[in-house]
Design a protein around this ligand. Structure first.
Ligand SMILES: [Zn+2]
Length: 499
């Protein structure tokens, strides 16, 4: 029997079975970052939810067309107040101390886009089918705004073009901030354009011939509002009605509410069938803030110490972020992280014991294989039940414990089963090894590229009886955050944990 994939739908407030419009082919859009700084672990928690949806759908044989955008224009600091007077986040970043390193705003956008993709790969997130940028879809955004003006859903003032919320009676159906409920209070009295017909109307286009990024439009020079880009890019790549739309819970209002209003006013069709939202993340029980010193970007945690990071295994960071259910607020602590560094080390021990993972099929031979198969099936069922990552990880840890417990007593059949099981578990959760390279090679691990030559030199020094040199190399390795262990089979190394 075909498996069902259930996800909690914010639109209907209940878990629902995903039913792709095209059989076994999910169309999926997830809101990406605004590229004005390095993405933090809270941002990545919601990108990870999208990655897990992709993996879980893949595990039941679905194809997924997955688009996730780069917001490189138009996101104002006051966007949550429907206030077009806010400062542009990217312009503000360019004018900050950190912004001094960039030649111009395009350079800043490029830098933070590149580093986002780097961190994306560090955390073993799969590449989307397409990663569109707002600045590369300007014609489509202008055309959409134009159509909304023509069909009476939008109007122009001296300062911009606005979407008229009263023209879309269903406004509020996602967030509950409806027209006759508390919408007015939510957007407060932040009207800066006295010509706006209603304080609740939000900007589709901002006229500004001084802005650092501007395009020519039927309304003169300016730039688009933040919300329109996602409507336009989602529909360009995925069609007028998409199966699933995801993002962080802070996007429910106004961003996603506005996306629905614009898109459905353009097409007259439902924009997305299911809306999934990842709850917020705290660090050590408090809201992340630079002032409290508990603000972490991905690179703060995983970059080597020589580059100002903590040198923590990125897959352990990923595991930590998965250890809480996406729909519950998550408390990221150094203690949990430390525990997951240990889990990650144990997975490496499993791979050292049974060999590199081999492509799995979900079915394994033998007695050990049957137990592992049960664990894989339970992990898959947990993921299909609204992405129950704590339950799925428990299966992974249970299998790890069993394999390490048996150790050298495992026969070849059991080892082969374990290799396939590791591969299947990794395809589902992405925490065992990097998808594109099961074996740790120098290419994907910059630290290995430094460590391996030193180990060779140390072995040569030891063989020649040059103990001073060998000791000096051990100290050098220690300074790199590497601990070595000599045994009769040679020398192994691992990262020391800096938490
Ligand atoms: Zn978006």
């Amino acid at each position: 029997m075909a498996k069902e994939f259930r996800i909690y739908n914010t639109l209907t407030n209940q878990a629902e079975t995903l039913v792709p419009h095209k059989k076994d082919h999910l169309t999926f859009y997830s809101c990406g970052p605004t590229v004005y700084s390095y993405a933090h672990i809270g941002n990545f928690r919601s990108f990870l939810t999208a990655d897990l949806i992709l993996r879980t759908a893949g595990a039941i044989g679905w194809e997924v067309t997955y688009a996730t955008n780069i917001t490189d224009v138009g996101h104002l600091t006051e966007d949550d107040l429907s206030d077009p007077s806010g400062e542009d986040r990217m312009v503000k970043a360019l004018q900050s101390k950190e912004g001094e390193q960039f030649v111009n705003i395009w350079d800043l956008a490029r830098h933070y886009t590149e580093t986002l993709v780097e961190d994306w790969h560090r955390l073993n997130l799969r590449e989307p089918t397409v990663r569109p940028r707002a600045t590369e879809h300007m014609r489509e955004q202008i055309a959409a705004v134009q159509k909304l003006v023509e069909n009476g859903h939008a109007y122009e003032t001296d300062r911009g073009v606005y979407f008229s919320v009263t023209s879309f009676p269903e406004y509020g159906k996602l967030s509950g901030n409806t027209l006759d409920n508390d919408l007015e209070q939510t957007v407060r009295d932040v009207v800066v354009d006295a010509d706006k017909r209603d304080p609740r109307d939000f900007a589709l286009w901002k006229k500004d011939d001084k802005h650092l990024m501007q395009w020519f439009s039927p309304w003169g020079w300016g730039f688009p509002g933040w919300h329109i880009e996602c409507s336009v890019m989602a529909m360009s790549y995925l069609g007028e009605t998409i199966d699933l739309h995801a993002g962080g819970e802070d996007l429910i209002f106004p961003h996603h509410e506005c996306e629905i209003a614009q898109s459905e006013s353009l097409t007259g069709k439902p924009f997305a069938t299911v809306w999934a939202h990842t709850r917020f993340l705290q660090v050590e029980g408090e809201k992340m803030s630079k002032r409290l010193g508990n603000f972490f970007t991905v690179r703060d945690l995983v970059a080597p110490e020589s580059e100002g990071g903590k040198g923590i295994d990125p897959l352990a960071v990923r595991m930590t972020l998965l250890s809480g259910h996406y729909r519950k607020p998550f408390n990221f602590t150094m203690k949990t992280l430390k525990g997951n560094v240990r889990h990650s080390e144990r997975l490496s021990e499993v791979m050292a014991l049974v060999g590199h993972p081999e492509e799995g099929t979900g079915e394994y031979d033998g007695e050990t294989g049957a137990v592992l198969q049960g664990m894989y099936e339970r992990a898959l069922d947990a993921m299909l039940d609204d992405l129950n990552t704590p339950m799925a990880l428990a299966q992974l840890f249970g299998g790890t414990k069993m394999i390490l417990g048996k150790g050298d007593a495992l026969d070849e059949e059991a080892r082969a089963a374990a290799r396939r099981w590791l591969s299947d578990m990794n395809a589902l959760l992405g925490v065992v090894y990097y998808d594109d390279a099961p074996a740790a090679t120098e290419e994907e691990d910059p630290l290995a590229a430094q460590v391996e030559p030193l180990l060779e030199e140390r072995a040569a020094a030891r063989a020649a009886g040059n103990w001073d040199r060998a000791d000096a190399i051990r100290q050098e390795l220690s300074a790199l955050g590497v601990e070595i262990k000599d045994s009769k089979d040679g020398t192994t190394w691992k990262r020391t944990t800096q938490i």
